[in-house]
Design a protein around this ligand. Sequence first.
Ligand code: MG
Length: 401
Amino acid sequence: MAKITNIRCIRTRHNRSWTIVKVETDQDGLYGIGSASDIYQPSAVEKIIEELFTPLLIGRDVSQIEDIWQTMYTSSYWRNGATLHTAISGIDMALWDIKGKEAGMPVYQLLGGQARSEVKVYAHADGKSYEQLEEEVERYREAGYSYIRCQLGGYGGGGFTQGTQSVFPPAASFDEDVYVQAIPQMFEKLRVKYGMDLKFTHDVHEHLNPASAIILAKRLDPYQLYFLEDLLQVEHTAWYERVRTVSVTPQAVGELFIHPQEWLPLVQNRLIDFVRMRVSKVGGITACRKIAAVCEAFGVRTAWQEGGENDPVNQVAAAHLDMAIWNFGIQESNHFNEAEREAFPGMATIRGGALHLSGLPGLGIDIDEEKAVLLGAPAEGKPYHNPYRLDRRLDGTLVRP
Ligand code: MG
């Protein structure tokens, strides 16, 4: 059996915001890669992998994925934290990659095999005006997408006015009363234009107070969304019980979830319809296949989080799960440029609104380290810093993202 000889973090893309983990073994040419990207705290994740996990795991048998996962999970006593679980995820994915390469099979075959013809993805359409948004929707429709997320003015869009605060750093002002009017009007126009031909979603991005969230969910019912995403802040998920009593709009939640107790009550009480954790944030393939199995028992489907900051290794890890689990709902899409595609040979591709894996053994994706270096580097001597963009209410109060 192959043994772990070294674990390395390869930081790439602009400002080194992607962290790719490479688990090397004592077998000639046998290694695996995984995603441990955290755009906000990349150095913290890297330190956990280098200083905690690498000494712990060198010499371990690569085949023991479950035991290695539990070892990492309990390695620092306090567990279920965002940075710890990102580090766990990177190594977990790399071990699945190795297992697939050893078996000569794509990882989805090891997870139960193909359960659907293709992995449908949803596109991100956005516009400063309704007209701009409709152009985007049209562009994706022509490219073959049948599922499209529609935003007016970005996340929590449709409720922005000109920022006026002087005592705080500049930020967009968000008026939730404007927002809960604008978004139903947007979907009214889209349904008039497209009928039921397209499946629409919308991401609230937690911008609303519970009272406004409930009003929005109710107002959106006539437009039959595929789902409404992150209607409530993670601190206020108990309000989903109230949402259920007034609205039939399907709810998708969870891109911030790490701890099982964050999603388990929502799933077991059938208060949501889709879970949306990011595979590389919640514990990798090992964690997500278990989450999916629990959700299957309660009729809840998956919609693993993706989006612009994610790396292509996380995307393929999600796609292998999507191929094999029965209760797959939809996959969020992500796009990469030509240089990124060359640095990550075997990257999944989107055709006809669906994600296609390379078919190669393991995760089916590799990293060309020389080309990856060229994707970007930090400015010399400047600390890496990428704070989340925050909006403010009309009185200047911070809006939770
Ligand atoms: Mg979201």
